[in-house]
Design a protein around this ligand. Structure first.
Ligand code: MN
Length: 134
């Protein structure tokens, strides 16, 4: 499925690689270089999915997701962390922070767009699932 995807990453080479791979399969791509820029774009453009680096200047990925979840206009947008998992415990910290999933860096060019497609599908299914009955 085609989607509007906001990519937030301070590493220009990673940002360009992700943009290239996702645009190649037809997604509309929005770009930001840090969490503060990304928050502005998310609020203005309401993307279908956000893919965000964690370690960034100005506003990191953890501050970003806290701000997104605090904003009723953005709190339901799925957010995927792009992480190097450099520290022990990063994986559980990412999910506890409210991210809807994560992809480990380095970006794998042959798998990235398929990984994003899977995450789009699973998050759309989750959004459409009726609440579990008591
Ligand atoms: Mn970074």
């Amino acid at each position: 499925m085609k989607a509007r995807i906001l990519l937030i990453e301070d590493n220009a080479a990673n940002l360009e690689l992700a943009r290239y791979l996702l645009a190649a399969v037809g997604h509309e791509i929005l770009l930001a270089a840090n969490g503060a820029q990304g928050l502005d774009v998310a609020r203005a453009e309401q993307p279908d999915l956000i893919v965000s680096d964690l370690q960034m200047p100005v506003m990191d990925g953890y501050e970003l997701i806290a701000e997104l979840k605090r904003d009723p206009a953005c709190s339901t947008i799925p957010v995927i962390a792009l992480t190097a998992f450099s520290m022990p415990g990063d994986e559980s910290r990412v999910m506890q922070a409210g991210f809807d999933g994560y992809l480990s860096k380095p970006i794998e060019p042959e798998q990235f767009s398929a990984q994003i497609a899977d995450l789009l599908l699973s998050n759309r299914r989750a959004a459409q699932s009726p609440p579990a009955s008591a």
